[in-house]
Write a protein that binds this ligand. Sequence first.
Ligand SMILES: [Zn+2]
Ligand SMILES: [Zn+2]
Length: 730
Amino acid sequence: MYAKVLIEYKVKSLDRTFTYIIPPKLENILQKGMKVTVPFGNGDKTINGFVVDITNEDNFGNLKSIISIEDENLVLNEELLKLGEYVRDTYLCTLISAYQTMLPSSLKIKTITSSYKKYETYLISEMQESFLEDYILNEAKNDMQKEIIQCIIKDKKILKNKFNQSSVKTLIKKGIIKEYKEEVYRINRENQKKDNLLKLNEYQQKAYDEIINNLNKSNTYLLHGITGSGKTEVYMHLIEKVRSEGKTAIMLVPEITLTAQIVNNFYDRFGSDVAILHSALSNGEKYDEYLKILRGDAHIIVGTRSAIFAPSKNLGIIIIDEEHSESYKQDNTPRYNAIDIAKWRSNYNSIPLVLGSATPTYETYARALKGVYNLLTLPKRIGDANLPTVEVVDMSLEMKKRNTVLSDRLKELILEKLAKNEQIILLLNRRGYGTLVTCDNCGNAIKCPNCDITLTYHKTSNNLRCHYCGYNCKKPEKCPECKEGNVRDLGTGTEKLEEELNKLFPSAKVVRMDADTTSKKGSHEKIIRDFKEEKYDILLGTQMISKGLDFPKVSLVGVISADSSLNIPDFRSGERTFSLLSQVSGRAGRSGIESNVVIQTFNPDNFTIMMIKQGTFLKNYQYEMAIRKKLKYPPYYFLVGIKICSKEYEDASKEASKVYNYLKSNLSNEDIILGPTTAGIFKIKSIYRFQIVIKYRFDDNLNNVLKELDEMYIDNKSVYLEIDINPYYI
Ligand SMILES: [Zn+2]
Ligand SMILES: [Zn+2]
């Protein structure tokens, strides 16, 4: 027997299979999709690879043998092997990197993965119960021995390390008890499921019915429910139904730490049937959770982006919560979008895909309105909760009153809510103390030496930092440009806001949540838990506070500056601002108390801001869609972003023109090719980046042209390309 093995080698030209002999000792064990070690090249070199086919043909001549199987538990099933080919063809990566992407990161590296297995030592007894009882009465030397035997009589199997070790030893020596090792999972949840599904309201029920009446079709549903409308409850009912038919489910969430509440709801409801997959797990935990799924010990997978590749058998439904989240798009090779992968799996298995959001992307919403997706709406909050009252404050008027950070109205409401012992959330999407450091003599803004971006002052650590590459330096006394002027700090970041709040409301307890205060494992969860337990009155932070949090006592949300996201030069900035502001506003008034939202802006007449005030998703959508149609942006056109990158400015610039000419002469005349321009941030980590954007509607040849282009740069030492199909940012 022979195996075709796809080897783990970075060179693209070697992204093909090599044939190996299957040695007799492996013949009965080896399966398609297993990871193996094989000899490669001359000498003793070995390499890992995936078996993609097993064959009987024997006209291959002189072949080497497979050395060993990496881990018998790890098998990419038929579906995942095929899915890998889809990923390769769609996102222009190698097949091997597609397969590697599907495995948890701890299993990608060349290691003996079985070493991740964790064992626990247990004690049992093969003696009759009457014998043991007799032993306790007549022979046991002390209470500790008696306790061990009593526990074995009661539980049959007990953990060795919980008992007195010398007594254990004595009993083993006498042959009364035996020890044995058993593999265990690191994350263990109660086996017992709780019957705590809530009754659905009429809208939830309607959505649920529609989906379960079509469980064997590959339909995509958009569950468009306003914040607090009870989408999670619908998900749980759907999964309950799918499980009752013996099938499995995958549910994606944007970030596990920020959606801990949802995960806990799932654990409470489905107990040990839940496996979780996300990057904050230890290598051992990832391995365990993956094995649970492969072995069928857990059937409900809750995880972040890469969990869409979970090796679930007999999949019955896929749910993607907060489908508008950019976390579903991977920003390095392969630049896949989990929603596309989910669609592929939904088709392959003929099962429903449910996309849930209060603010779906406009591409998704357009498809739902056109009937490509099925639109299901939850227009009301559950229970008696009402949406908050939204007010917009013009900051140019406040500036005249010297209110640079907080408007009078926001201050007034903060005092009012504090007096009522209610809680407050403030959003400021800029971390650090200020936003910019400039010279008061020449006006120079101090930039990062590695990136084309200004540095931010951090007061706590008293240094200047680059938020892109992590560069930091001490705050200079004098301007590095003119050597004369003093360096001063402008604008407001989360650190300064925190300082300001402590000054203005000295009795309030304030907590800050941003990348600086949450770098330690578990710190996110702690802040969220403490705030929920009302140890703090005010939670301030960057956009990480906008997602999925449910605090019943929050009755005021303040947006310190709506302009920071509005002013980003991207065709999606109106869509994203609406989404961010409605998500954060949605944190207020979830339990029925009267609640307010205050949005501070220098652009009170901006259309998106006005629509936030009215709370009309649809109008903002229609407005933005009219612009996109005119300017030929998605969903009217598809996009491809190509970045031409180099450490040398000249090389990047020269090759960018070459790439442009190549595309111009090979692509259809119907396609629009823009560029080359300097990419959003021109220089990042000392790499210069030029960008070309292709807009197209139908072009069968595009994929081939891009593949050829990509191959032209494989061996280029100075310049590399990043090709992004349907990029999130351009
Ligand atoms: Zn200066
Ligand atoms: Zn930098």
